[in-house]
Design a binder for this molecule. Sequence first.
Ligand SMILES: [Ca+2]
Length: 450
Amino acid sequence: MSSKKTFYLAVLVLLATILSGCTLFGPKICAVTGKVTMGDGTVLANAEVYIIQDGKETKIATTDSKGEFNAQIKPGKYEFFAKYSGKSSDKVTFTVPRAKTATLEPIKISGLAVMSGTVKTSDGIKLEGATVKFDQIEAVTDNEGKYTIPTVSGTKDLTVSYKGYTISESYTLADGIITKDITLSELGEVLANVKSKGVAYSDLNIVVKVGDFEVTQKTDAAGQIKIIAPLKEALVSTKFLYKTVEEKVTLAKTVEVNFANGPDFIDTFNNLDNWVEEEDFEYNKWAITTKGFVDVVNGNVVRTQEGVSGLKLKDRVVTDCVVSVKWRVTSDLPEKKTVGVRTHVRNAQDHWCYGYGTNVSTYNYELATWHGLGADNKFSIITANPNEPQVAAGDEVIVTIVVQGNNFKYYKNGELIAESTETAHPIAQGGIFLSFNAWIQIDQIEIYNL
Ligand SMILES: [Ca+2]
């Protein structure tokens, strides 16, 4: 081999060495693995691992669920340490070798604890959704009432809260894994029989408040709610269509709640048991209501094809009263199609066009006293006409008619829209009648006798 060739070979070897990352002298990066534990050897997930290099702290890894970490580090001598929940381990000096891998001794952080236990009521019910907070760290109990808080040992405030009910105490937590069961002795299970003027109803949203404690639950088919609450004096309330009512009761294992100012009658329309459908009613060859197309779908009364249906409430005669009806227009209403709901009160006939009534629609509204169909038979008329739509496709509305003496009012979503007084053609008493189009869903009706 000539000296020239030897020289070229040496250059090639040098180039190859540079390009390959100096493999001739060992790896330039080492995969360092290790583990972080508590003082008693319990592994710590989510602990942060640091090295100190040239006086500077550099975070190199976070431990996984097994408390282990893995970091790519240049060979050299470093100080390693770990941090968790504001606590740091001692610094450990370790020389990262010129090798592919190296393993550190476990890094221990003392002064830490894992606090866990079960939160229960006075009657031994495991509480789901209670918040347990020790110092700054909090956890929420699972469906077994269990919580786990990885935290710092020492004497701190332990606070437990459930739906706004809170207790707090000073608690000394030792190092390591500690079991702390908690009993909220003022809380217990409550079965409330909820009624409005002595009658139970399903699907009422009942709010129970005791100080900052608050829970909301719907009544079941028997008009009951079952809650866990402080066994103390509570304010129980519900929002009816026309008004919100409340009662003070002392909570116990079983308690009666009767809203004395609630409605005298509620129908949430799970069926049509309280109603009779109006016979086909024709006037001047114009079919006003056509029978046979009424149905109940998901707690709403609907008409299954185009046209108007009429329903009369069974066995109920009213004088001075409030009638509130919650209904909506479905979002698939064709453009320029007018639909709405008539509410007729003190209807003395079996026809839709009698009594004090409102006609509220996607086009306008009318408030009048009807004595039959036709302009000659209606009086005390107040009309927003035309183009003052009261409700649009996709909207929900609560229409209330209040009849007191010969004065009658129309409220939309609680706001007074129109009022009239009938002097010449009053009607003393009668039934309650609804008529409505397709594309309407009637959700609920309430009646109060005044
Ligand atoms: Ca309903």
